[in-house]
Design a protein around this ligand. Structure first.
Ligand code: HEC
Length: 137
C-alpha cells in the first residue's frame, strides 16, 4: 500500500482551494464590473469602453484625477472618483444623465462661469464619456 504523503496532499488541496477562491473572486469582480457597465449603458445610451478611450484622447486627465484612465492625475478640477455617487454637476444641476451629457458638450450651457472649457465634444461622444463616468462608483 502506498504511503499517504499527507503534507503534499494537504499542500495540493490548499493550492486548489486558493486557486478556486482566486478564480471566484476574479469572476465576481468581472461580474460586478459587467453589471456597472450595463447600468451605465442603460442610463446614458453610450458605451463606457468607448467612453474611456475617448477620455484618454481628450485633455480631461490634465485637469481631473480619473480612476481607470492612464495619466489622468490633474488637480485643476475635482477628482472624478465615485462620480456616480455625486449629487450635483459643477455644483449647479442634479447629477442626471441628460445633464451630464449636456455638461460634457458645453459646460458653459450649465454654468457660464465654469473653468471647464467646451472641447468640441458632440452628443455621441458625450454619451460614451458619460457612460464611463457612471461606472465610477
Ligand atoms: C482645463 C481644465 C479642465 C478640462 C480639460 C476638463 N475639465 Fe472637467 N472640470 C474642470 C473644472 C474646473 C470643473 C469644476 C467646474 C465647476 O464646478 O464649475 C470640472 C468639472 C467636471 C465635472 C463635474 C464634476 C463635479 O463633481 O461637479 C465633470 C463630470 C467633468 N469635469 C468631466 C470632464 C471630462 C470628462 C473632461 C474631458 C472630456 C473634462 N472634464 C475636461 C476642469 C476641466
Amino acid at each position: 500500500m502506498p504511503r499517504l504523503r499527507t503534507p503534499a496532499a494537504l499542500a495540493l488541496l490548499a493550492g486548489v482551494a486558493v486557486f478556486g477562491l482566486g478564480a471566484g473572486l476574479t469572476a465576481n469582480h468581472f461580474e460586478a464590473k459587467g453589471r456597472l457597465e450595463k447600468r451605465a449603458q442603460a442610463l446614458t445610451g453610450g458605451d463606457p469602453v468607448t467612453g474611456r478611450a475617448a477620455i484618454e484622447q481628450r485633455p480631461c486627465g490634465g485637469c481631473h484625477q480619473i480612476p481607470g484612465v492612464r495619466g489622468a492625475s490633474g488637480k485643476v478640477g475635482p477628482p472624478l472618483a465615485a462620480f456616480a455617487q455625486r449629487t450635483y454637476i459643477g455644483g449647479r444641476v442634479n447629477n442626471a444623465p441628460e445633464n451630464l451629457i449636456l455638461w460634457l458638450q458645453d459646460p458653459h450651457a450649465i454654468d457660464p462661469q465654469s473653468a471647464m472649457p467646451p472641447m468640441g465634444i458632440g452628443p455621441r461622444e458625450a454619451r460614451d464619456i458619460a457612460a464611463y463616468l457612471y461606472t465610477l462608483k
